[in-house]
Design a protein around this ligand. Structure first.
Ligand SMILES: *Cc1c(COP(=O)(O)O)cnc(C)c1O
Length: 379
């Protein structure tokens, strides 16, 4: 049977992923490790291909959300440390031990279960202890974390390899002092944990924003996600920091399915929220919110056709939207349409789409990458 090509394609540039990893590597002192965060299907880029690209660039530690993702990475043949950031449910303990995943822990029950299983299997499991220093999410209170560290230090088959926390405000310009204070708390806690447990876990706290902004908060390891995919989470300048070299790795491309000429006064799409004010040439595009392109960008969105930015008109439908192409007289059915990425001199990034939708580039990457067929290339 002849395969049917997809109407819309997410293209992922593996060379850009490797480039971004190397760029961060050069930015950091050699003694600071990098956990390449590949949770959420590598922010929509595809778990195994993205992790493989980072591994090819030198990565040997990966952060996933769930044990399911960790097992998928092992099945894909990935070596190295795989840290399960959300911890484990009891049912996942056996698989995690067998596949040598390193879970994040934040309660008493999981370390005990991991220890029993590790002893039974004759293995040693590395765990990362999480402390909540103001995120209000996963993690123990500092005092409870020190107590649990002491317990872990005594449990056979367990090794306390990391002590981590997470910045809630690293991308907020006015919160610099709070961030630095939170880092100092983790550093102090690291001393208490070492004294209580008899081991010296690596400290790690910095996501992309944290590692880009706060050189002093990098500890023994950093956990970049977004920056590895080519975007900075910072919307303000940081002195001495140049992130222009980051290369967005994901593009979303489609094609023109129909072209029509509408007279003045014609309504376009559901609700007729756009009405032509003059004779207008429209391109009908086979991509909508079911393909992850948010309906909420209706009225603000642009796409690239013939190397030009053109406006999307009317409400975005489930599998379609319309672009006004009066400025691109040469446009024909079948021509390439770039929803995200580069065409000629023009570029639309996930951050720009995010601004139209009042969200963050993370969400745009996850949505578009998750809803479309992906194709990989090496630029
Ligand atoms: C997602 C995540 C990261 C990566 O954050 P970015 O802002 O994408 O760099 C780091 N640490 C933890 C715990 C995370 O959940």
């Amino acid at each position: 049977m002849t395969p049917v090509p997809a109407l819309n394609l997410v293209e992922v540039d593996l060379a850009a992923l490797r480039h971004n990893y190397r760029l961060l590597r050069r930015l950091l002192p050699p003694e600071v490790g990098i956990m390449a965060v590949v949770k959420a299907d590598a922010y929509g880029h595809g778990l195994a291909p993205a992790a493989g690209a980072f591994a090819a660039a030198g990565a040997d530690c990966f952060g996933v959300a769930t044990a399911t993702e960790g097992v998928a990475l092992r099945d894909a043949g990935l070596d190295g440390e795989i840290v399960v950031l959300l911890g484990l449910e009891p049912e996942a303990v056996a698989a995690a031990v067998a596949r040598e995943l390193s879970p994040v822990v934040f309660d008493d029950a999981l370390p005990a279960a991991l220890s029993r299983r590790a002893v039974a299997d004759g293995r040693e499991v590395g765990v990362h202890l999480k402390v909540d220093l103001g995120m209000g999410r996963f993690g123990l209170e500092p005092a409870a974390a020190v107590k649990l560290a002491a317990t872990i230090g005594k449990l056979p088959g367990l090794r306390l390899t990391g002590l981590l926390s997470h910045f809630p405000l690293a991308d907020s310009e006015p919160a610099a002092a709070t961030c630095r204070q939170q880092w100092r708390q983790l550093a102090t806690l690291g001393e208490e944990v070492a004294a209580a447990s008899g081991c010296r876990p690596r400290l790690h706290m910095a996501n992309s924003a944290g590692l880009l902004r706060f050189a002093e908060a990098r500890g023994q390891m950093v956990r970049p996600g977004l920056s590895l995919y080519g975007y900075t989470p910072l919307d303000f300048a940081v002195s001495g920091l140049d992130t222009a070299g980051l290369r967005p790795a994901m593009a979303l491309k489609s094609r023109i399915m129909q072209i029509k000429e509408l007279p003045a006064g014609s309504g376009v799409s559901y609700g007729h929220r756009f009405v032509t004010s003059r004779a207008t040439r429209l391109a009908v595009l086979p991509l909508g919110y079911a393909d992850g392109y948010p309906r909420g960008v209706s009225g603000r969105a642009q796409v690239l056709i013939g190397g030009r930015r053109v406006p999307v008109r009317g409400t975005i439908c489930m599998n379609a939207c319309m672009a006004e192409i009066d400025t691109v007289p040469a446009a024909r059915v079948g021509d390439e349409v770039v929803f995200m990425g580069r065409q000629g001199e023009e570029f639309i990034g996930a951050d720009e789409i995010a601004d139209w939708h009042r969200t963050i580039p993370y969400e745009i990457l996850c949505r578009l990458g998750g809803a479309n067929e992906r194709r990989y290339h090496d630029s």
